[in-house]
Design a protein around this ligand. Structure first.
Ligand SMILES: [Zn+2]
Length: 362
C-alpha cells in the first residue's frame, strides 16, 4: 500500500522550524529534500489551501480571499463552498482514476471549500463516530491541541484503511498565539513532530510533502484603509483579505486588502494617498495585481494594497491604531518551508507550495 501524504502545517513560518527541534521532519528532509518556497498571494489560509489542492495560483482557481465583495449587488459573501473553485481538485483527479482520497481538517469551512471529489472528509468540528471511538472527542477548534487530534485521526485512518491520497491540513491558532521562540510553540512543534513519526509508522508506505500555507509576523501598526480614504473624500469598500468568521486569533487584521472605489475617477488620488501612508508597502491596480501575483481579476478589488512587515489592515476604531497581533497576508509571510520525501517525488525541489501534488500520477 502506498499513500501520497500532503501535509499543510498551517502558519508554519520558516522561523518556527528554525527555533524548534523537529527530528522527524529533519530526517524526511535529509532523505528527500528541503527548501524554502513561496506560497500564493495573498498569503492567507483559504487561498493557499485551495492552491495546494488544485495545484495552481488564484488565477487558476478563483479563490482570492476568504471573502468576496460583489460590486453589482453590494453584497459580501464568504467564499466557503466548493462552487467558488474554478479548477479541478487533486481529489477529483484521484477519483477519476478510481483512487481513494481523504481530507482531514479542523474546520468545517475548509471541509466544504477544499474537499470536492474526496472519498472521505473528516473534520474536528463534526467528526464521524469511528474516529471519536478510535482517538476520543476532538478538543475545541480554537486550541493548540486540535492539531494533535488531527494527527491522531490521520493515524487511525491509515491503520483502518489507508487512502491512496491523504491531505492533512492543520490550523494556525498556535502560531497566531505564540512566537517561534515561545516555549509553548516549541512544545507544540515537538508534539507534532512525534505524531508525524507515529503517522509515518502507521502502516502504508508514504510519499510525503509537508509545507505551509503562509508564514506569520508580529504586527504592531494597524491601518483602517476605509477610514483613511474616506477622510480624504474617497469613499470605498476596503476588504481585508483575512476577514473570517473565526475571528478570535487574528481579529480580522491581515497584511493585505482589496479596495473597491465608489468612483474610479479617484483611483490615482487613492493610490498616491495610500503609497504615502507608513505601513503601506505597495499598491497595485487590478490588472497589474492580477498579473504580478497571478490573481483572478474578476475576484479582486480595484486596488490590491500590501502592508509592510509590521503592519496590518482591518476595521479599527480609528484610521491609525497601535495593535498587538500575530498575523499574515503580506509578502513578508509568503515564504514557506517545503520538505518532501518518498517514491515518485521529483529530485528538483519545488518553487511553490502548490506544486505539492504536481508529481502525483495515477
Ligand atoms: Zn493559515
Amino acid at each position: 500500500m502506498h499513500t501520497r501524504l500532503i501535509i499543510c502545517l498551517d502558519g508554519i513560518d520558516p522561523e518556527y522550524l528554525e527555533k524548534s527541534s523537529m527530528p522527524t521532519l529533519d530526517d524526511l528532509g535529509r532523505r528527500g529534500w528541503r527548501t524554502l518556497g513561496q506560497g500564493a498571494m495573498p498569503s492567507v489560509t483559504n487561498v493557499n489551501n485551495v492552491s495546494l489542492v488544485t495545484g495552481g495560483p488564484p488565477a487558476l482557481h478563483g479563490i482570492t480571499a476568504n471573502y468576496y465583495y460583489d460590486r453589482r449587488t453590494g453584497q459580501s459573501v464568504y467564499m466557503e463552498s466548493a462552487g467558488f473553485i474554478l479548477a479541478p481538485t487533486m481529489f477529483e483527479r484521484a477519483s477519476a482514476h478510481g483512487r481513494r482520497s481523504m481530507v482531514i481538517t479542523a474546520k468545517d469551512k475548509l471541509r466544504t471549500l477544499i474537499a470536492r471529489g474526496a472519498s472521505e472528509v473528516l473534520s474536528a468540528e463534526s467528526p464521524p463516530p469511528w474516529v471519536v471511538e478510535a482517538v476520543g472527542a476532538p478538543p475545541p477548534i480554537l486550541s493548540v491541541e486540535v492539531n494533535h487530534w488531527l494527527f491522531r485521526a490521520a493515524i487511525a485512518a491509515c491503520k483502518r484503511q489507508p487512502p491512496d491520497l491523504l491531505y492533512l491540513t492543520l490550523t494556525d491558532f498556535a502560531q497566531h498565539k505564540y512566537a517561534p521562540e515561545a516555549e509553548q510553540s516549541q512544545a507544540n512543534l515537538a508534539a507534532l513532530d512525534s505524531l508525524l513519526a507515529d503517522l509515518l509508522n502507521a502502516g502504508p508506505e508514504f510519499s510525503v510533502v509537508a509545507t505551509a500555507d503562509h508564514g506569520m509576523r508580529a504586527k504592531t501598526r494597524g491601518l483602517d484603509l476605509g477610514q483613511l480614504l474616506a477622510q480624504a473624500g474617497i469613499p470605498c469598500e476596503a476588504i481585508p483579505i483575512i476577514k473570517d468568521r473565526y475571528v478570535v486569533h487574528h481579529q480580522n487584521l491581515g497584511g493585505s486588502a482589496y479596495v473597491y472605489l465608489d468612483n474610479m475617477a479617484q483611483q490615482d488620488e487613492a493610490v498616491a494617498l495610500l503609497k504615502a501612508e507608513p505601513g503601506v508597502e505597495s499598491v497595485w491596480a487590478r490588472d497589474a495585481a492580477a498579473e504580478a501575483f497571478q490573481l483572478h481579476p474578476d475576484r479582486i478589488g480595484d486596488l490590491f494594497v500590501l502592508a509592510t512587515e509590521e503592519a496590518v489592515f482591518g476595521a479599527l476604531p480609528a484610521a491609525r491604531e497601535a495593535v498587538s497581533v500575530r498575523s499574515h497576508g503580506c509578502l513578508h509571510t509568503r515564504s514557506v518551508p517545503i520538505i518532501a520525501c518518498g517514491p515518485g517525488i521529483p529530485r528538483r525541489p519545488f518553487a511553490y507550495n502548490y506544486q505539492a501534488a504536481s508529481w502525483i500520477q495515477w
